[in-house]
Design a protein around this ligand. Structure first.
Ligand SMILES: [Zn+2]
Length: 128
């Protein structure tokens, strides 16, 4: 899940290229059936509880439900950062939160305008 910013620890594992991450993100929605649901999440913990999210729900801005293949994003905040963060959870379900945050930072620092457009164009038809 995405929360308000905190410093991310570095990831030691070798990272895939940003281009391959972008391709894999696009395939989540174009080929694997993932959908993106826009919701009002932050300060609405009751909503999250209804959807079975475990742990503390303070400052939740997005989360990913793997069995349902749905990425939830609170569109009222940093939409694109949160979207990328949750897509990374979908791509790498076994990574810990700190590693996802570091990977998000890695992608966001290097993402080109063309790659950002690819992700947004793939996302729009997947919005629910
Ligand atoms: Zn997260």
């Amino acid at each position: 899940m995405a929360r308000r910013k905190k410093s991310a620890k570095p990831v030691i594992v070798r990272r895939p290229s940003v281009q391959s991450i972008v391709t894999n993100i696009c395939q989540l929605v174009t080929e694997q059936g993932w959908q993106v649901k826009l919701e009002r999440l932050f300060n609405r913990p009751q909503f999250c509880k209804d959807h079975g999210v475990a742990g503390s729900l303070d400052n939740v801005l997005g989360f990913t439900e793997h069995p349902e293949k749905i990425v939830y994003v609170d569109y009222r905040h940093n939409f694109f950062d949160i979207l990328i963060h949750e897509y990374l959870h979908a791509l790498y379900p076994n990574l810990e939160e700190d590693d996802i945050e570091a990977l998000e930072e890695y992608v966001m620092e290097r993402l080109t305008p063309t790659q950002a457009k690819r992700i947004l164009r793939a996302t729009v038809p997947a919005l629910i």
